[in-house]
Each structure stands twice: as structure tokens, then as C-alpha cells.
Design a protein around this ligand. Structure first.
Ligand code: FE
Length: 178
């Protein structure tokens, strides 16, 4: 998880928190809500695609890496994380597109940066896309992850450090070792 540790100085594009702080806050909200280890790990790692992309990766007009959800999922899969963790990571953009379709309040509350990236990500889902998404077995967890993601942008929130997640990360990787 050195990728996350090094992200203490990486700005979280257009938000008042570092990438590390955003990841830790997201995992904090997952933990606080009683989420499974799978969801907590996905929350911690959901934006890792922004950090592992190469310098030439296409950008969303200064708002991060295009397709970061798939990059992140592939990165984690290659390192032994379970399929559901990777699928949740991949799904956090779907969650946003779904909520943007479903809720006017959600759309209005999106941060400026998040609104900017939504356009790059295909905008709000269509009714058909939303119906398909609702049938996804991980639908509820993807939406929960998105809610944690949205909340995890507080300037001065004090949360547990990365080391607090070492035991669940180690357990997860040991359980899913091939
Ligand atoms: Fe995020």
C-alpha cells in the first residue's frame, strides 16, 4: 500500500484533501457504517487508478485520469485483491452516474470537480442503464461506496491512519492468494 502512503502529497483533483486523506476518510465512513471488509478495502483503494496511471495517461481536463476506475480495478486484481473488491472499485463511477440520474439533490450537491468529471464519465445514466445497474448483485454496495466517496472530502477530519487497515488487507490478500 505504498502507493497510498505516497499519496499524502498528491492532491485529490479539485478537492481540499490529499489522495491519502480522501482514501482514509472513505474507508473510515465504510468502517463506521459497519461495512464488510470487502467494502472497506474497496473504499480505501477506490481511487488508486489516479495514482498508478503512467505519466502519459489521458486526463480529464486536469481532473484526473480517464478511466481511473478500470485502471484501479486491473491494478488491484493483478496484485491479488478479490474480484468483488475490484468490481466495487470499478463500480464507483457507475454509482455516481446512477445517483446523478436518480437524485436531483445528489446532482446538485456534487462538488465542482465531481461535476466536471461526470461529463467525461458519460453523464447521468439513462433509465435503461439505471435499471441494469439496479440488477447488479453489487448494486447496493456500489451505491454505498459512492456515498462514502462523496463524504470523504472534509478538510480537517481526523481518521485512523493507513496502518489501521494493515490487518484486514493482509487477511484479504492471504484469503485470496492463488
Ligand atoms: Fe473518490
Amino acid at each position: 500500500m505504498s502507493v497510498l502512503q505516497d499519496a499524502d502529497t498528491a492532491g485529490y483533483i479539485g478537492e481540499p484533501v490529499s489522495q491519502l486523506s480522501h482514501a482514509l476518510q472513505c474507508a473510515h465512513f465504510a468502517r463506521k457504517s459497519g461495512a464488510s471488509d470487502t467494502l472497506i478495502i474497496a473504499a480505501l483503494c477506490h481511487d488508486i487508478g489516479h495514482l498508478v496511471a503512467g505519466p502519459d495517461a489521458p486526463q480529464m481536463d486536469g481532473l484526473g485520469v480517464v478511466d481511473h476506475e478500470n485502471l484501479g480495478a486491473a491494478f488491484l486484481r493483478a496484485r491479488g485483491f478479490s474480484q468483488p473488491v475490484c468490481e466495487l472499485v470499478r463500480g464507483h463511477v457507475q454509482g455516481k452516474r446512477y445517483l446523478a440520474f436518480k437524485s436531483e439533490t445528489y446532482r446538485a450537491a456534487l462538488s465542482l470537480a465531481s461535476r466536471g468529471t461526470l461529463t467525461f464519465q458519460g453523464g447521468p445514466m439513462s433509465p435503461q442503464q439505471a435499471a441494469m445497474f439496479e440488477a447488479d448483485p453489487l448494486f447496493e454496495e456500489k451505491v454505498r461506496l459512492r456515498r462514502f466517496d462523496e463524504a470523504a472530502k472534509e478538510r480537517d477530519l481526523v481518521v485512523a491512519p493507513l496502518a489501521a487497515y494493515t490487518p484486514i488487507l493482509q487477511r484479504h490478500l492471504a484469503e485470496h492468494a492463488v
